[in-house]
Write a protein that binds this ligand. Structure first.
Ligand SMILES: [Zn+2]
Length: 331
């Protein structure tokens, strides 16, 4: 929501970020907000330095120009990012901690700018909104893999949202969220990712990691087929005449699903094959003991793949990533 500041200025005011007693005008592109410079300086050491000792060539420059006699500080950030960032600072109800459900684009803007301008409480709050979708443990990852919480629907409709998540998490060095973010992004088929509007703008190291994620995903499918398709345990199987055939039919069904090129399939989706209802749909299930063994083997292979996920992407191991999270989030 914006309104014209004046026909001659070419600048547009953000109406609910226009406090008439504000001592500072923040400009991003051609939008301006009038806020309290003292509050900004109290929240952000970067703003404090900037407002005390404006440095030429710093990411922001304190312009000599004023607007209605109020000094203007111009940020080299997108207006679409600065607006939710300032709103989070000056409207306490706008960006509450979970379980409130802000838009993913606002969360990412606030993650990026609270990191850039060093507002820790806001950074932590924004990161906490991402923790459920990008967990560091396998069980919550499996639980939320095909779930798009309120505000995160754009992840379902466009690969660009996934690419934006990756860009921002790399920029702010929130590496512990990246294995899950890559695993989710790799659910988008390569053809879809590569034709995304923002793909050409993506930094090369992120493109490389996405290629790695896809390549490893193909290998992980072989891992799962191996876990599902082994010989039945003759000591425990109670239907040795039929179980091998049942196991073969499951492997075939799995491979058929993987082979459907227009299906967005992820190694971790294999867990759904082990829902009893799915087994019943596939025909007479194998004996209960074989079923339990297969389920265990699949779980074990998923844990193996999950443990290897950061290393496969060239990221530090989980243990180190979790320490980084504790350091950044204050325990
Ligand atoms: Zn059996």
């Amino acid at each position: 929501m914006t309104a014209e500041a004046g026909p001659s200025s070419g600048l547009t005011r953000v109406p609910d970020l226009w406090f008439t007693d504000g001592s500072l005008i923040v400009r991003a592109e051609n939008t301006i907000s009038r806020v309290s410079g003292a509050v900004l300086a109290a929240r952000s050491s970067v703003f404090q330095d900037m407002l005390s000792f404006p440095q030429p060539g710093s990411p922001t420059t304190l312009e000599a120009e004023t607007f209605d006699g109020v000094p203007i500080v111009e940020l080299q950030d997108l207006a679409a990012e600065v607006e939710p960032f300032l709103r989070a600072i000056f409207d306490s109800s706008f960006f509450m901690p979970p379980p409130s459900a802000p838009q993913l684009s606002d969360i990412l803007a606030i993650v990026r700018l609270s990191n850039k301008y060093d507002i820790q409480y806001l950074f932590r709050r924004a990161i906490s909104h991402l923790a459920k979708t990008y967990p560091t443990e396998l069980p919550p990852f499996l639980e939320h893999l095909n779930h798009y919480p309120t505000g995160f629907e754009s992840l379902k409709s466009t690969p660009d949202a996934h690419l934006q998540v990756l860009r921002v998490l790399h920029e702010v060095n929130a590496l512990w969220l990246l294995p899950a973010a890559y695993a989710r992004a790799a659910k988008c088929l390569p053809a879809r990712l590569f034709s995304a509007a923002s793909w050409p703008l993506l930094p090369e190291p992120i493109k490389l990691k996405l290629h790695l994620a896809h390549a490893h995903q193909a290998r992980h499918i072989i891992t799962i087929v191996h876990a599902v398709g082994g010989e039945p345990d003759t000591d425990t199987c109670v239907a040795p005449a039929s179980c091998p055939l049942e196991i073969l039919s499951v492997v075939t069904a799995l491979l058929e699903q993987v082979g459907q090129v227009d299906m967005e399939f992820n190694f971790f989706d294999v867990k759904d094959i082990f829902l009893p209802s799915v087994w019943e749909d596939l025909g007479a299930p194998m004996c209960a003991r074989c079923m339990a063994h297969r389920a265990q083997a699949v779980e074990g292979s998923m844990r193996t793949v999950w443990e290897a996920l950061p290393g496969n992407l060239g990221l530090p191991p989980w243990e180190e990533l979790k320490k980084m999270r504790e350091a950044a989030m204050g325990g």
